[in-house]
Design a protein around this ligand. Structure first.
Ligand SMILES: Nc1ncnc2c1ncn2[C@@H]1O[C@H](COP(=O)(O)OP(=O)(O)OP(=O)(O)O)[C@@H](O)[C@H]1O
Length: 253
């Protein structure tokens, strides 16, 4: 594995469902240490792209490399972690503490946490600390707010110490006043722990204050670069980059 290779490289990627082209000529790379935000309107292909990156959909055309290895040969999946938007629609009656839920990131099963050693326990507390949920360790997961649960799920994905964390619409279900707090927590993880983040969102408003790289997807990548340069562009250029629904989207949030 090439240590200097980008964490993620996507080249000439096309994807279609039956006759519908969903991705066309998608090219981008994400370097180690970036906090990348992938934004695009509904139906722009974000979920399809993420599923391809996670190896959940079979490549049709183009290449994807993770840490310099073509995805079909990639085996180091412990370096990659994924938090889906559905993570916080957790069954409120689920009888597990925050500590137990985070331990699942190591064991895959609730209950097995009893067999974890001291080092594992320290990792669990550290992951909770990193998302500001250390003092909730003994609370029942079902008793927490959506935003707090989402932070616990991020801790669960951090406990295996991934190098790339992919988050799909992680603020769905997080109350608005906690959204900024949530992004600040991600920015801290990125800076202090050096974890490369790829955050998928349809919310171009808030994320641009936090991400280092902005990628606008609408079938293809219309913009990849610095978020502040993106905002200096004229409205016409913005709608070209983002697609026609740019305005309605930025005004909705
Ligand atoms: N399994 C599927 N079979 C057929 N068409 C699909 C399938 N999954 C997605 N699509 C279509 O592909 C296009 C892109 O969908 P995708 O879910 O990747 O976009 P998205 O940007 O994640 O959208 P959203 O923000 O609404 O989740 C849409 O037109 C969608 O209807």
């Amino acid at each position: 594995m090439d240590a200097s290779a980008p964490v993620l490289s996507v080249q000439q990627l096309d994807y279609k469902y039956e006759q519908q082209n969903v991705l066309e000529g998608v090219n981008f790379t994400i370097q180690q240490g970036s906090f990348a935000g992938l934004v695009g309107p509904n139906g722009s292909g974000k979920t399809t792209l993420i599923q391809l990156i996670l190896g959940l959909l079979r490549l049709q055309k183009g290449t994807i490399e993770l840490f310099g290895t073509p995805i079909h040969k990639f085996k180091n999946w412990n370096k990659v972690s994924f938090v889906s938007q559905k993570a916080n629609t957790f069954n409120r009656g689920f009888p597990a503490t925050v500590y137990e839920v985070v331990s699942m990131g190591l064991t895959g099963k609730v209950g097995y946490f009893r067999f974890l050693n001291k080092g594992h326990k320290a990792q669990i507390y550290r992951a909770l600390e990193n998302v500001g949920m250390r003092e909730y360790a003994d609370r029942n997961i079902g008793d927490l707010s959506g935003g707090q649960q989402q932070r616990v799920f991020i801790a669960r994905s951090l406990v295996s110490q991934p190098e790339l964390l992919i988050l799909d619409e992680p603020t769905v279900g997080v109350d608005t006043e906690n959204v900024e707090r949530f992004y600040k927590m991600l920015a801290r993880l990125n800076e202090k722990e050096g974890i490369t983040l790829l955050l998928v969102s349809h919310d171009i408003g808030t994320i641009t204050s936090y991400v280092s790289d902005l990628l606008c997807l609408n079938k293809t990548i219309h913009y990849h670069g610095n978020p502040s340069e993106f905002h200096q562009k004229s409205d016409d250029e913005l709608s070209q980059f983002y697609g026609h629904s740019m305005h309605s989207i930025s005004h909705n949030h």
